[in-house]
Structures are given as C-alpha cells and as structure tokens.
Design a protein around this ligand. Sequence first.
Ligand SMILES: [Zn+2]
Length: 47
Amino acid sequence: MQVKNAGDEQTYACLVCGHAMFKMQACHLKCPNCGAEMDCSDKGFIW
Ligand SMILES: [Zn+2]
C-alpha cells in the first residue's frame, strides 16, 4: 500500500479507487480523485 515518490515524501494509494492520496496534515490523508479521507483512526490499513 505504500508507494515511494521520487522524493522522500511517502504517498499512499487510496483504498477506494487506488489513486495516489496526498497528506493534508499528519495522520490525515485525502484522495483527490474520489474524496475518500483516512486518518489515524484507520490504523491497520496504512499506518
Ligand atoms: Zn480515491
């Protein structure tokens, strides 16, 4: 589920649509494609 960018920033694939999600802030990701959001309460998926 973790994908490495060219830089050191880690990106994550959306669990819903597979699009690369971006980190809005620590422990808060949002998918720009489908709008799905994940945060630290989703432990077990990506954190
Ligand atoms: Zn998505």
